[in-house]
Design a protein around this ligand. Structure first.
Ligand code: AHR
Length: 635
């Protein structure tokens, strides 16, 4: 028997309690959420023709003399310096093929919008034929462009695919002979989230929207910091005209245990404006994290000297102006010019990602002083470093307490067992100290980023057990997010991940459904649920938390049974008048190794049924290895 005190609110649940952590890792932005299908669209990768094949210049080809593609650098253009010069010698045609992000996903009868810039030097190129080709080179969609001008001109066209293909490519064939310059060759599905031109992948945003997230943290993660200071994420370079956003190598362009992703670059097509807009679209508070003048401590750890922090601090102040400032301010005008005159109502700003030690604290102090002087109401998120075992973690936390830090970001990637054993982690945290942002966490079936580190059911229900502890401690835990959020099945650097996708499809892992259950049932008021007066932190393999939702007039109880067998539970609810009907939602699987897959994407997903409320105690059976949400209507 578990006792629920429905008469007394322990604390309010923050609307931000369960949110999202987004980082461009695992092709999550370029190659994922950002629906651009052309890789290296403006020839700005370190190898400017990476991603582009020239099929008829191969030695074996009869057409080897048909032409050439040469990258040209314009030194005066600092942001989009390269373009591609194509020389066509053979009237039979010369081709360039873009391979996409591990191919391009095209769907039968769907339309795709192409745009490019071209300068047809002497008018010698009569036509550019643009085709989707499948893996056998068969044409599965075609359109064309007539490049009329010898000056740089924008051209657009639309292609309809006549076959569904996960690994299509885009072939450009040039008819005529002569020289043509090309740049910004871009291709997007017509069907994007909210039908925005050149927007975001609809299926992926839908998965985020369906979580009803309290906040969206962006743009990372380690990419905030960069391997060196010069390749840190600089938000000002991610706004304005997309053509002028300077492409750079992604910090996750690494050999990480098993895979090499040398073709991982950031186009910044998904930049800060788009992140704010996405936050607004999905009803989440925007939570940007900025460089604090320290490069990634796992890489160079390069430091900006304290007396040279001004540009970093100014970026933070200007970002607040970009998000919230009047349209008459410099950065408020930029936001308005980009299509959003209304402020984004930014409330939080993060200083540094996963950093620690005296170097961090020294820099944090400088930011705090400047931000609070100008924007006293902005809540600053500080960090305390990685996994709570390291001594640096404790150091940063102690120092931040002394500084009265408002919200401290804690990260932990641990075993499922750790998550089960730490459901009481926040039970004794100082209620008067800084509030907690559990900004990155995930149970890892084995350690390290490798194919054996799975999104299996044991990881997911162990996180659920831990999350009852986050919820029970809503007095101190204000924001939480699983990490990383997304991964491309053919181009990941980190496992496990909450959402998996390829170029055509996507699915939520079991961990996704755990997050969704908590986020969509977070309630408004925390209640007490105990067994013999104690919170449930794993006694008899049971974990529990309870909330009231004052808006829907429900008592919502979350129960996690990590035992190998079902367990019967009685709920003794005091202080609430219940109606006759409720809802019970079960997330369960009998095999701890089970996981969702592209073939069976909802293998582990919530099953909902009606629950008959009885007089006296409520009885229910918790299946083995299960997460149960019981929603009881009040009258
Ligand atoms: O989520 C993956 C990485 O884990 C993040 O980039 C970093 O903050 C953490 O170390």
């Amino acid at each position: 028997t578990l006792e629920v005190d429905a008469a007394n609110t322990i604390t309010k649940i923050q609307p931000t309690m369960f949110g999202l952590f987004f980082e461009d890792i695992n092709f999550a932005a370029d190659g994922g959420l950002y629906a651009e299908m052309i890789k290296n669209r403006s020839f700005e990768f370190d190898k400017p023709l990476m991603g582009w094949e020239q099929p008829n210049t191969k030695r074996s080809s009869l057409n080897k003399e048909s032409g050439s593609a040469t990258p040209i650098k314009l030194s005066e253009n600092k942001t989009n310096s390269n373009f591609c010069r194509v020389e066509v010698n053979n009237a039979k045609g010369y081709s360039l093929i873009n391979e996409g992000f591990r191919g391009m996903g095209v769907k039968k009868d769907s339309k795709y919008n192409l745009s490019l810039k071209a300068a047809n030097q002497n008018g010698g190129i009569k036509k550019i034929i643009i085709q989707f080709i499948d893996k056998d080179q068969k044409v599965i969609g075609e359109t064309s462009i007539v490049p009329k001008s010898d000056q740089w001109t924008n051209y657009t066209a639309q292609i309809t695919a006549n076959q569904t293909e996960a690994k299509a490519k885009l072939k450009l064939t040039f008819e005529g002979t002569g020289t043509i310059d090309l740049d910004m060759i871009s291709l997007f599905p017509e069907d994007t989230w909210k039908n925005r031109k050149n927007g975001l992948r609809k299926d992926l945003v839908q998965l985020l929207y369906d979580m009803k997230p309290g906040f969206l943290r962006f743009p990372g993660g380690c990419i905030v910091e960069g391997r060196t200071l010069s390749d840190r994420y600089q938000w000002k370079k991610s706004v304005g005209n997309v053509e002028e956003r300077k492409t750079m190598m992604n910090r996750w362009n690494v050999e990480f245990n098993h895979k090499l992703t040398p073709d991982y670059f950031q186009s910044f097509g998904l930049g800060y404006f788009e992140y704010f807009q996405l936050s607004e679209d999905i009803g989440a508070e925007p939570l940007p994290i900025l460089s604090c003048g320290m490069a990634c401590q796992y890489n160079t750890g390069e430091l900006a000297p304290i007396d040279e922090l001004d540009p970093y601090v100014q970026d933070a102040l200007d970002l607040i102006e970009f998000a919230n400032g009047a349209v008459t301010t410099t950065w408020g005008k930029m936001r308005s010019d980009m299509g959003h005159p209304k402020p984004f109502n930014l409330k939080y700003i993060g200083v540094g990602n996963e950093q620690w030690g005296p170097d961090y604290i020294d820099r944090y102090k400088v930011f705090e002083k400047a931000i609070k002087a100008k924007y006293p109401n902005i809540i600053i998120v500080s960090g305390s470093g990685p996994s709570p075992d390291g001594e640096h973690f404790d150091y940063a936390m102690e120092e931040l307490k002394k500084l009265n830090a408002e919200l401290v970001d804690e990260h932990y990637y641990k075993s499922p067992q750790w998550f089960r054993e730490n459901a009481g982690r926040y039970d004794n945290y100082d209620r008067k100290g800084p509030k907690i942002f559990a900004g990155e966490y995930a149970a890892q079936s084995v350690s390290g980023a490798n194919p054996n580190n799975r999104n299996n059911w044991e990881c997911a229900f162990s996180e659920a057990a831990f999350m009852t502890g986050l919820e029970r401690n809503a007095a101190v835990v204000h924001l939480t997010s699983y990490a990383p959020l997304m991964a491309h099945e053919d181009a990941w650097q980190w496992t496990p991940d909450m959402i998996w996708f390829n170029n055509l499809e996507s699915y939520g892992s079991a961990n996704y459904y755990v997050q969704q259950l908590f986020s969509t049932n977070k309630g408004t008021d925390l209640l007490s649920i105990t067994k013999e007066g104690k919170p449930l932190t794993g006694q008899n393999n049971l974990y529990a938390s309870a909330v009231k939702d004052a808006d829907s007039k429900e008592i919502i109880i979350k129960l996690v049974n990590t035992a190998t067998t079902p367990q019967d539970v009685n709920l003794d609810l005091k202080g609430a008048k219940l109606g006759s009907k409720g809802t019970i939602i079960n997330l369960a699987s009998s095999n701890v190794q089970d996981e969702n897959t592209f073939a069976d994407p909802k293998k582990i997903s919530p099953k909902q049924s009606e629950y008959k409320i009885t007089k006296g105690k409520q009885e229910l059976t918790l299946p083995a290895y299960s997460v149960t949400v019981l929603k009881l209507k009040m009258i």
